[in-house]
Write a protein that binds this ligand. Structure first.
Ligand code: NAD
Length: 690
């Protein structure tokens, strides 16, 4: 039974018991209402406690029901809350564990709330593109104040009950109690069973106000942060209503906004990504019961940009690391970089000074590979050079204990060829982190032709342990993400040649919702990195066309922010890009007699870049490099700044229509260029990637 009841003296205890997270799907709503009505109607009952099992009050709506009739079928959560509002008997929420979304809205409608200190509360709706729809935007400001509520609702972040109880004027909790919360709630319910009038948050006013100027500033900040996503600003505006609008009118407005956003394209895109991320963990030919190898100690080779970020990721997850490089100087620099990252956490207040020291104590450094020979996992992050990596892998083969997993962070090199260097190709896998490795969520797990199933399974679970979103990729130059990026950059290069400037292209793709355009990214990451990769590719494929504009930029020493100049100028060592007359002059040399036809609109510019991603994505899918289109979406959303609310390139393609994508690609590409066969086939059949 998803909802059960028992009686304790004069108190009815109603328990939501619907694993895994007590989601408020249609069945739970129906039974909850029935049990509540029964308790409220019974003469023997003077007060009611509502709680949840499985260390969870309720994680809120069942999002698998979204878009189906069940999500709006009666009784809705709003109806249940209406009955609570009308109740003549006190109702106490006993909160332990997760209390999110609709679960929190339900609790907010009750007369009293008690919670264990570690319970986590949140209204995370904005992360799925909508706003709370059952009173959350009106009751939470009355419970903890408008400013605190606005912060919680517009970010979707969770806070513990202990933290929320610290808010100076709070009417959220009757008390926070460290013990059996149901026993405690029953005592509270028995104590207050004749207290009248019943305290209802709806009858109060928020204890503070957000002024008009402050509101304008907050809206602007949210717009800048969320680049086109509607829900956070809509949520803020609803919170603001709690001070100005009668409760029932504001609730009606909240409901209207909720319904509009939940049925809109942005929420659909965000929900797609939510499910895609969960799906990406599954590898069809890898049995779920595959036993993983224990990872208790790790070696990271290379104390450079990536190595240090990877070290921090493992230390954050509590895994001791030995960092290896060729010189003590490099190791010292690495240790300082790692310490500086922890210092920044301490400054932000997310890490205590003591915990920082504990983490640093788990880091050893050495110039001798033998010092790491007993580790369970090695992550190699040395220079992107075949010769250097080959020599490192052959030494690893000689030194590492049997069964150790040998992983490479290579961005472009062939993981199978690296495996061939060793006598244990089954233990070799790619772990492609993104820069900065301790920040970026994405981890491409590259499965070699002979990678053993348990090595693959261990790589996927290790990613989760690090808090990363793992996506499996097959072996190819650039794997999923960087290979598609090449097509995207090529499309940008064609636009440059046609007469547009780097800033035209960057601002168009940024207004589409990308975090940063390709030229700003190049300047940030270092244009020399791509240059080194291109030179290797030119050597390997003598017929390949050269990217002469980018090569010329690098020959001019314009590597980006690190040299104070790249596609943009960075005057006085700053980080603000300024359009560069030098670059404009250089570009003019590559544009013989341009500027025929009209300048494309921002939308057209963005589509050329995004459609190039889609075309390459279709090839990657066809070749089996990606398991499913949604995996490609996850790569782009979590690793490349693709706007999450647009669902990723492959999902976006399906929304636009593949025939339209194909027609635009054909019109924009050079003569002789062939679109991806899978795209052509699906467009002809009227099919979709999904
Ligand atoms: P980096 O130049 O910053 O660091 C490389 C480090 O490896 C240096 O400290 C160097 O001293 C050390 N090293 C070189 N040879 C070594 C050896 N034989 N033994 C031990 N240490 C050695 O390079 P990076 O940017 O950190 O890149 C490292 C790897 O990560 C490359 O394969 C690169 O393609 C990949 N990668 C880089 C990025 C990025 O954005 N920088 C992103 C993803 C993957």
């Amino acid at each position: 039974m998803p909802v059960t009841s028992r009686v304790d003296g004069n108190v009815a205890v109603v328990t939501i018991d619907h694993p895994p997270v007590n989601g408020l799907g249609h069945l739970v709503r129906t039974e909850l209402l029935r049990e509540l009505r029964q308790a409220l109607a019974s003469d023997a009952i003077r007060s009611v406690v509502v709680t949840g099992r499985q260390g969870c009050f309720s994680a809120g709506a069942d999002i698998t029901e979204f878009g189906t009739p069940r999500s709006t079928a009666e009784p809705t959560l709003a109806e249940i809350i209406g009955e609570i509002d009308a109740s003549a008997k006190p109702i106490v929420a006993a909160i332990d564990g997760t209390c999110f979304g609709g679960g929190l809205e339900l609790a907010l409608a009750m007369h009293y709330r008690v919670a264990t200190p570690s319970s986590t509360l949140a209204l995370p709706e904005v992360s799925l593109g909508f706003v709370p729809g059952s009173g959350g935007t009106q009751r939470l400001p009355r419970a903890i104040g408008m400013a605190a509520a606005a912060d919680l609702i517009t970010t979707g972040k969770s806070r513990t009950a202990a933290e929320l109880a610290e808010i100076p004027v709070q009417r959220l909790f009757e008390d926070v109690y460290d013990g059996d919360i149901v026993v405690h709630a029953v005592q509270v319910a028995a104590r207050i069973d004749d207290a009248r009038p019943l305290p209802r948050l709806r009858d109060l006013t928020p204890s503070d106000r957000i002024g008009d100027d402050q509101l304008t500033e907050m809206r602007a900040t949210l717009r800048a942060q969320h680049r086109g996503l509607e829900a956070p600003v809509a949520a803020l505006d609803l919170v603001a209503r709690s001070a100005t609008t009668p409760f029932d009118d504001a609730i009606a407005e909240e409901r209207g906004t909720f319904l509009r956003l939940v049925g809109g394209a942005q929420s659909a895109g965000l929900r797609h990504v939510f499910f895609a991320e969960r799906q990406a963990r599954k590898i069809p030919d890898l049995p779920e019961e595959t036993i993983t190898r224990p990872i208790e100690t790790v070696v990271v080779i290379g104390a450079g940009t990536m190595g240090c970020g990877i070290v921090v990721s493992f230390l954050n997850a509590g895994v001791p690391v030995t960092l290896i490089d060729t010189t003590r100087d490099a190791l010292e620099r690495g240790r300082l970089t790692v310490a500086a990252i922890f210092d920044s956490y301490v400054r932000k207040g997310t890490l205590s000074a003591r915990e920082k020291d504990t983490r640093l104590l788990r880091l050893r450094t050495s110039i001798d590979l033998h010092d790491g020979g007993n580790a369970d996992l090695v992550v190699e992050a040395v220079f992107e050079s075949w010769d250097v990596k080959r020599s490192v892998f052959s030494r690893l083969d000689a030194v590492m204990k049997p069964g150790a997993i040998l992983a490479s962070n290579t961005s472009t090199l062939d993981v199978d060829e690296l495996a061939d260097v060793t006598e244990r190709p089954q233990d070799v896998v790619g772990l492609h982190f993104f820069s900065p490795a301790h920040v970026m969520k994405l981890l491409e797990v590259v499965r070699g032709a002979r990678t053993a199933p348990d090595v693959l399974a261990t790589a996927m679970t290790t990613a989760r342990r690090l808090g990363k979103t793992a996506v499996m990729s097959g072996v190819c130059d650039g794997f999923i993400g960087n290979r598609m990026l090449q097509s995207y950059r090529d499309a940008a290069g064609r636009l440059l040649r046609s007469g547009l400037s780097p800033q035209d292209i960057d601002s168009a793709i940024e207004s589409f919702g990308f975090a940063m355009g390709p030229y700003r990214v190049g300047d940030l990451a270092g244009n020399d990195v791509g240059w080194a990769v291109r030179r290797r590719r030119y050597a390997e494929n003598p017929d390949m066309p050269h990217d002469t504009i980018s090569d010329t930029l690098c020959e001019m020493g314009r590597f980006g922010q690190k040299t104070g100049a790249g596609w943009y100028d960075y005057p006085n060592g700053g980080r603000n890009p300024v359009p560069s007359p030098v670059v404009e002059e250089m570009l003019s040399r590559f544009r013989p007699g341009i500027a025929s036809g009209e300048r494309p609109t921002d939308r057209q510019i963005a589509e050329r870049l995004v459609f190039a991603l889609i075309d390459e994505g279709a090839r990657i899918l066809d070749e089996g490099i990606a398991q499913r289109p949604s995996d490609i979406d996850v790569v782009y959303v979590s690793g490349y700044g693709f706007p999450r609310h647009r669902g990723g390139p492959m999902y976006y393609a399906d929304q636009i229509g593949l025939d339209q994508v194909l027609a635009t690609l054909i019109a924009d590409n050079p003569d002789g260029w062939q679109p991806a066969p899978l795209l052509v086939r699906l467009a002809k059949e009227g099919g979709t990637f999904g």
